[in-house]
Design a protein around this ligand. Structure first.
Ligand SMILES: *[C@@H]1O[C@H](CO)[C@@H](O)[C@H](O)[C@H]1NC(C)=O
Ligand SMILES: *[C@@H]1O[C@H](CO)[C@@H](O)[C@H](O)[C@H]1NC(C)=O
Ligand SMILES: *[C@@H]1O[C@H](CO)[C@@H](O)[C@H](O)[C@H]1NC(C)=O
Ligand SMILES: *[C@@H]1O[C@H](CO)[C@@H](O)[C@H](O)[C@H]1NC(C)=O
Length: 421
């Protein structure tokens, strides 16, 4: 079993509703972004820049007797504090690897607080690296610094995961070269679920998935056709705007791409369906969002970070030998498998040729069919049947909730390719 570290957000309570709605548009861009303010703590506090403030064994969440847990803040500065929640491994805590879980947000989301000026995934990566330096310096956690380290993330983590991993590797190289000082991070695994990594390859997935998916169409043929037309409109369409953004476009260019694409493609093609789980509920524009932070979301929307591709970072991480798993629930619309599989097909890595020429193999979990998968070198992909946006939170037929996710997580953490059991 693994130990788990959850920086940044109160993850344990977060299940769905990742993407804010602006002017009725899912993932829209505010015309009047929230002003940057400092999110202050609810009671007076004394920060300890460069050190942790920790509550041990609060009794919340981990209820197994004798299993250590700790939660608290890593103070990057006197005005920026990152919340974390650490759980010791229930088995073999002296040797278990350390897994980081992120489901979104830099400083300012979840229980973190401080000046909410972070606006890009790269800025968030630098904050998280600084947090880990503080974490591993603490005597309670110092012995974890040399353990195998994994990053697991989902959703906007399709940006964060590759960006954080690539940043950790570049900091390790800088430490080795003596250009900076710091604790090297023993990163060996990256897992990304239902992630937004590369808009240009992923946005056509909304058009495909809305018209044809394992469950039902989401909107009418004419709505699909008009979204497709809008996607392909020369110079002002979604495709042209994403291309302009990724050809060195300014924040405005990228932010305009986000608003064009989400106004005309992502939002309308969801119809009245729950964008995170298209099997059941029809909530459409009623999707609410409570777990994010408006300031941080608006900062990211203003830089157009959403539309900037993290594909080069993902390629770098795969080529560096870090074991990488991409997974996706087939009932998720918002980061649907059509888009994610197109993104994977567009990767140019040392394993891509081998991956692209293979056909899918059924992933069995205790003899039960969970979905199709492929491995190539240390890269793997699995699609999970019946799962929405937060893959481990769903069940499929006689497979229990999270059963398939536990198998792929365990295999990848053991540095094994995926295989059926
Ligand atoms: C979208 O438009 C493109 C370009 O006109 C066309 O090739 C494609 O078949 C269309 N797709 C759908 C789903 O209408
Ligand atoms: C793939 O990457 C290799 C090595 O970096 C490069 O030489 C090649 O041009 C790339 N291919 C494509 C299609 O981008
Ligand atoms: C999971 O769902 C798929 C697709 O609906 C189905 O083919 C498969 O049998 C299901 N697996 C189980 C264990 O029920
Ligand atoms: C993980 O597995 C790969 C492929 O088998 C191997 O090259 C690599 O050395 C392994 N990593 C560790 C830390 O054992």
């Amino acid at each position: 079993m693994l130990r788990l570290l959850i920086p940044l957000s109160g993850l344990a309570v977060v299940l769905a509703g990742q993407i804010p709605v602006r002017n009725g548009v899912i993932g829209g861009v505010s015309e009047t972004p929230a002003p940057i303010v400092e999110k202050t703590a609810t009671k007076p506090l004394v920060t300890t820049p460069g050190a942790l403030r920790v509550v041990e064994n609060s009794g919340v969440c981990e209820t197994t007797p004798g299993v250590f847990q700790a939660s608290g803040y890593g103070d990057l500065t006197s005005t920026e504090s990152i919340f974390f929640w650490y759980f010791n491994a229930r088995n073999d805590p002296d040797t278990a690897p350390l897994s980081l879980w992120f489901n979104g947000g830099p400083v300012g989301v979840g229980f973190s607080h401080g000046t909410m000026s972070v606006g890009t995934s790269l800025e968030a990566a630098a904050d998280v690296w600084s947090f880990l330096q503080i974490f591993f310096k603490d005597s309670r956690f110092a012995d974890l610094a040399t353990r195998k380290l994994a990053i697991w993330t989902e959703s906007y983590g399709g940006h964060y995961g590759p960006t954080f991993a690539a940043y950790f590797l570049s900091q390790n190289a800088a430490i080795a070269a003596g250009t900076i000082t710091g604790i090297p991070l023993n990163l060996q695994v990256l897992g990304v679920g239902d992630g937004l990594t590369d808009p240009i390859s992923q946005y056509p997935g909304y058009i495909t998935y809305a018209g044809s998916n394992p469950y039902h169409t989401l909107v009418s043929a004419s709505e699909i056709s008009s979204a497709n037309k809008s996607f392909n409109t020369a110079s002002t369409g979604c495709k042209a705007r994403i291309e302009a953004c990724n050809a060195g476009g300014s924040n405005t260019v990228c932010s305009n791409a986000q608003s064009t694409c989400n106004n005309n493609i992502l939002s309308p093609l969801s119809g009245n369906w729950d964008v995170y789980y298209t099997i059941e509920t029809t909530v459409g524009a009623e999707v609410t969002w409570e777990e994010t932070n408006d300031n941080v979301y608006d900062n990211f929307a203003a830089t157009g970070d959403w539309m900037r591709s993290s594909l080069p970072d993902l390629e770098l991480v795969i080529n560096s030998g870090v074991r990488v798993l991409i997974y996706d629930g087939d009932a998720d619309y918002i980061l649907n498998f059509d888009g994610v599989e197109a993104m994977i097909a567009s990767l140019n890595t040392s394993f891509s040729a081998e991956f692209n020429k293979q056909t899918f193999t059924p992933f069995h979990v205790d003899g039960l069919l969970a979905g199709p998968y492929k491995n190539a070198g240390t890269f793997s992909y699995v699609r999970i049947y019946g799962a929405g946006h937060e893959v481990p939170a769903y069940k499929n037929g006689s497979l229990a909730t999270g059963q398939a996710a536990f198998q792929f997580f365990s295999q990848i953490m053991a540095n094994e390719s995926l295989s059926s059991t």
